[in-house]
Design a protein around this ligand. Sequence first.
Ligand SMILES: Nc1ncnc2c1ncn2[C@@H]1O[C@H](COP(=O)(O)OP(=O)(O)OP(=O)(O)O)[C@@H](O)[C@H]1O
Ligand SMILES: [Mg+2]
Length: 419
Amino acid sequence: MGALPRRRAVSLSGMDVLFLSPAYPPEMLQFTRGLAEVGARVLGVGDTPVGALPGHLKRNLADYLQVPAMGDPDDVFRRILAWLGGRRPARIEANWEPMTVLAARLREALGVPGMSVDTVVGFRDKPLMRARVEAAGLRVPRSARVRTASEARTAAMAIGFPLVLKPVAGAGSADTWRVDDMLQLEAALHATSHVAESSLEEFITGEELTYETLCVDGVPVYESVCRYEPSALVARKNAWISPIIQSYRSVDDPSVRAGVALGRDVLRALGMGTGFTHMEWFRLPNGEAVFGEIACRPPGANMVDLMNYSDDGDLFREWARVVCHRDFRGPRVRPWSAAIVFKRAEGQGRIRRIDGMDAFRGAFGRHLAREDLLPVGAPRRDWHQTFLSDGNVVVRHPDMGETLRMARLFAQSVRMYAG
Ligand SMILES: Nc1ncnc2c1ncn2[C@@H]1O[C@H](COP(=O)(O)OP(=O)(O)OP(=O)(O)O)[C@@H](O)[C@H]1O
Ligand SMILES: [Mg+2]
């Protein structure tokens, strides 16, 4: 079990917040910092050994329970209840998707305010999510749950091509395939024969965008829209692509209004409570918005950083303020549209050379908000495993078109080589 040495001076007046997995993924260190900064006494629970926690994280934790494996929620649940004894934290929170249901179970067991298990499952289970969103009269892709190849063929005929085949319990576009005809369907079924249950759905031809919020009792106090270029599916299937994610300066931009309205309706349909949300939606050529999916947690892929670069705010801390005090004090004006561009090196092994960065920096240095490419000599990351790939830059400009132009130029002109 490994408690932290209680040498740190903590605010005795602060509320106890139990935060699941404070050390993983890396953004969780920042959310832990945010909690500490708004006066919470953070009780962390994770499977990282105390000795391996970074010093600054330890300073932001009032207490820590080390469990054998966060992947075993029943065991973690029992251990937390035993560890807390009679203590009842004021909040129990998780910002890492696999932990969100466990946080809700703990809240229910201890009578702590926050979203119920049923509500959180509506944000986790895709078919249930779709059903609830559709029942509210909102536009979702037509889809069917399929368990066998013959069910898939029948559903394909009923829905019509093009289609997407994806696992019901998927993440990271793993085992997700676009299929344009019966031959491709057979190939995709073959490639996913290890998947127990899939969703076969109408392929939505359009641009892919997001809608993020911080909510207090389901009412957004912060909203943001970003656009993927290309779609997440295309970006994840093609190593040579440098994916771009770009933030809009305003959710009142006429080109995203339909998606924002959809997002607000989805939050109501799913009974959102307090915290972060991340929705993906499609914009059809006629401007119509179609629901993709939503989660009651922050987005990944460094998008919280991206949103912070749009207004120099600190959404890590503002999330904490929202959760602890139901208050948001972040900037109201977004001076920049920011874009993050992810790089994948060519070749395997260690980074050997980076071409074009000096020229790009020379031309656009003052618009370069972050430069975070792996240095020469560093081993390549596995781009299948992490969207962060071999590094990224963030560019920003008041004009969205200029931001996108710089992001595309970086994508095309800067190349990393490994070998
Ligand atoms: N019906 C659809 N029409 C068009 N594209 C789709 C559709 N469903 C999924 N996609 C594409 O596949 C990607 C992955 O699908 P989805 O987001 O549902 O799965 P996921 O496994 O949760 O992915 P991630 O974890 O990356 O968000 C989407 O981001 C989108 O690019
Ligand atoms: Mg997705």
